[in-house]
Design a protein around this ligand. Structure first.
Ligand code: FMN
Length: 331
């Protein structure tokens, strides 16, 4: 029996599972595979060098799935910021009606997106304060990203057991649970905590269709939950990375530098080097993002296998929970 939530209803998907935006991973191969599997696949806008390349990628994805898919637009501080407005315009013009936003000062972009009829915006945030601001901006769903998550964990360090309940207490719009989810037991747990679905990054990066080198996927399968490193706290840009040689070196410089100059770690944490890891499979060439859930990932399934397994596991977990309720007369 399918799981029906406000997320599946609003987005027209079969299973309440979203594949979060992933830089250098969220291409059409993965997004279409997740959508074909019944979840929500998401293209990552900034993996495309220009807005026109994003237009081509959206069109390419449409040749690979007839199911709904979304686009992630991540607004991060940069010396020369990308032309976010132009990326958003392409998203709108290409008829995309589901957008995942993330990052700083999303107000103007959310306003632009929400001016489009039927546009659904999911905004990802790591604190209740940011969730409340995004709610005010009129987003449709929040993606509550706990401290377990891959990538930008924020500066508050609140894991999902507390963060999701705090969101349930404070926000009035539906939210999905992000960070640390890999299976249907997690999905059932998230639903119990008040979410209407889960968002997964690392788990989808370790699937057959994810366009990253097999060595990266095998490193995830071998890893334990201790194999991530938090870097860049000193510059209030805390990021959870896979614990490889470069991440450990960056952390060492961060904690021992007497100058505190970002320039000292900058060459180590460069996105360009991280991208080369995904292409070449040289795990230690640069830094790359992964969540603590790497410890719970034990295989490299197809997206269809994974999403269908998650659905079955969640249904079984919910049924198991139901059986815990016994009529008093039977006690
Ligand atoms: C390789 C990788 C790259 C990511 N890049 C982005 C990104 O560009 N924008 C974004 O909003 N989130 C990004 N994320 C975060 C995911 O969308 C998602 O929020 C996160 O992975 C959830 O935690 P999990 O990995 O425990 O599932 C990335 C995650 C991974 C693993």
């Amino acid at each position: 029996m399918p799981l029906k939530t406000v997320l599946t209803e609003a987005l027209g998907i079969a299973v309440p599972v979203v594949q979060g935006g992933m830089q250098w991973v969220g291409y059409a191969e993965l997004a279409s595979a997740v959508s074909n599997a019944g979840g929500l696949g998401i293209l990552t806008a900034l993996t495309q060098p220009t807005p026109e390349d994003l237009r081509k990628e959206i069109r390419r994805c449409r040749t690979m799935t007839t199911k709904p898919f979304g686009v992630n637009l991540t607004l991060l501080p940069a010396i020369v910021p990308p032309d976010y407005n132009a990326y958003a315009q392409v998203i709108i013009d290409e008829g995309i009606r589901i957008v995942e936003t993330a990052g700083n000062s999303p107000g103007p972009i959310i306003k632009k997106l929400k001016a489009v009829p039927n546009m659904k915006v999911l905004h990802k945030c790591t604190t209740v304060r940011h969730a409340l601001s995004a709610q005010k901006l009129g987003v449709d769903f929040l993606s509550i990203d706990g401290f377990e998550c891959a990538g930008h964990v924020g500066e508050n360090d609140i894991p999902n057991f507390v963060l999701l309940r705090r969101a349930a207490q404070e926000v009035k719009i539906p939210f999905i649970a992000s960070g640390g989810f890999v299976d249907g037991e997690g999905l059932a747990g998230a639903l119990a905590l008040g979410a209407c679905g889960t968002n997964m990054g690392t788990r989808f990066m370790c699937t057959v269709e994810a366009p990253v080198h097999i060595n990266v996927k095998e490193a995830i399968v071998k890893a334990t939950e201790d194999d991530t490193e938090l870097v860049l706290r000193r510059w209030r840009n805390t990021t959870r990375l896979f614990k490889n040689k470069v991440a450990v070196e960056a952390k060492k410089i961060e904690t021992t530098s007497t100058t505190g100059e970002f320039a000292e770690v900058q060459p180590l944490v460069s996105g360009k080097r991280g991208r080369e890891v995904f292409l070449s499979g040289d795990i230690d060439h640069g830094v790359w993002t992964a969540g603590t859930c790497i410890g719970a990932i034990k295989d490299i399934p197809t997206c269809a296998e994974l999403v269908s397994r998650i659905e079955k596991e969640a249904e079984a977990a919910i049924a198991r929970m139901n059986r815990l309720i016994v009529q008093t007369s039977k006690l």
